[in-house]
Unconditional design. Sequence first.
Length: 688
Amino acid sequence: MTILTMIYHLLFAVSFAALWPLLLLIVVLLALAAVLVQNHRVRRRVRQSIASATSTYEMMEKALKIADNDVVLYDIPGGIIRRVRGTLLIKTELKAEDFRKYIHPEDVERVLATVYQVIDGKQKSVEYSYRWDINYGVGEPQWLYIRNNSVAEYVAGKDKPVSIISVLVDETDIHRQQEEEEGLAQRYRKIFEDSIVGLSFYSPEGWLLAANKMMREICHFDSEESDAFFSKMNLFDMAPFNEVLDRYHPNEYLACSLSVVPERKMYIYLEIGVHPIYDEEGKLVYLSVAARDISEERRLYMQAKKNDQEIQKINESIQLYEKELRYMMETCGLQAWRITLDRDVIEFYSGLSTVQRQFTLKQLQSIFYNQEDEFVRALDDPAKAIAKPLSYMGRMHPRVTQRDVEPQWVQINSIPEYDSQGNLKGAFGVWRNIHQLMEKQEQLKRETERANDSGRMKSVFLANMTHEIRTPLNAIVGFSDVLPLLSTPEERQEMIRLIMDNCDMLLRLVNDIQDAASLDNCGSVEIRPAEIDFSKFFDELCEQLQQRLREPTVVFIKENPYPTYMAMIDEMRIRQVYTNFVTNAVKYTHQGHIKVGYRKEWREENGESREGLYLYCEDTGDGVPKEMQDKLFERFFKLNDYIQGTGLGLSICKAIAHACHGSIGMESEGQGHGSTFWMWIPCVEMKK
């Protein structure tokens, strides 16, 4: 029963007038009780709200601390940005117009446009990124990449926010990592794109995925990006792949042939290689195709072959010309002579009638240079010597012609003359000065040998160059194919190092060929001296040269006698000389040491003492046989044909030494005793 019901019954039980004071008291007590109950409920709700707000605040504070984020509040009416927590804002408060000064100029317009959307009430929350100068305009800017999450704060009765609360996240490390990864990816793309070999990748089904610049040039793509024909043509449907590749289990393929694609006006000779790439589970993921345009190489080969044929024709023509010339000299008398026995005289004619010179028969022997010749000794009895036709070639003293100062080669032909009774009365013949012909024959012989040697050297050089260039190229292509299959950074780094070593080898080979071509065209190398600290340059050079050692049993020794040495030299050429010296030493040294050094050295030249630098490389390698030491600095000479090299390096070093007005040489006790290669160039130390 409720209190009101009880009061109702009580009113009916007693008289109304007698219970009025009691009734009034009860009503007052009930009202007071109701107020107390209501106050208790309100206080309890307030405490719960405060506890809930405190808990929420503590949770948010802990979350911000865990995330290590900065929080700022933008007071829109006051135009003030306040730091709530964090360290990005040095000051507790910062004016809005000052805040925007430290945003990167390229980001200011975008950031302001985004913030104004929140200020205007168009967006409740926004997220954007910008670059922030942590140095606040002092000195060089130091940009941090900031991600901003902003939420608008409203008050009742207003449709636009009064403040913006922003959580700032520093993503600088993430951006730097992304930039590094992108830079690494760009480097790999550049290696792929700038390769001197045409490279392309196909899907396992045979559709074109990517092709580098060289491949696009070889295949005459429509544009720098793609090609309609090759994009629609399946690899397994193109010749010759449709005949040699298994569509479902493709194998390695390497060929060299004429490639003809009429749709792309291709008519070139290519060296083509197909390499299937599998993942760790043995699933085919890519097909790589490498192509190298060997049309120029083939043209050079055909040209060399044609040159050889022309040289052979020239040699045959020379031989024919020599034969015809000899016949003409035999049939065209340059001077006639006659022996008359009864007059005891030999007469030389110009033409057939005019006597130019004459000697007695006793003087006949004296006009010949070689007195021991069988024909000359037979002239002791002239009648017996000329009694039969003869042909003699020898040398005569200059007094026969009076125009020469040295003995001349002559050819003598004669037939005996008889009178009507058959008695020998003398002989008649012609003598020919074949001195020039003999010299021409010797010269022709030398030139023929040199032409033959030149042809052989060109053929050997072409074959050697093809091999030398192909070796690093094959390594680069092979290691590049293997590179995507490697799983660990160490393996990739080692593979990249091998690729770079072969690139360096290829670059040095091309440089040697260019220098050799420069020697052929200009006769000497160009020297460009510049002022450098040779001691510092030598230390840096030795650090690079030491990397060429691969044998753990070989020690690299550096001898730098001076802390500093200022000089005017061609840094590139000196580096080239040292590199050739050390490269040869590494090839032939398998234990012991390779020592590289230099020193000041004075030398006497033309009666004058000159200061210079003595550069040397000493090794304990195989040494050089005595009989081969004179040929070491000749072009194309190789001590061992089975060791990689072009035979150009030392000849280029010799040309550099001569261009510097210096000298070059080597010292070796013989095979098995090591060797020392040196170069001396005039150089005066410059005082600071």
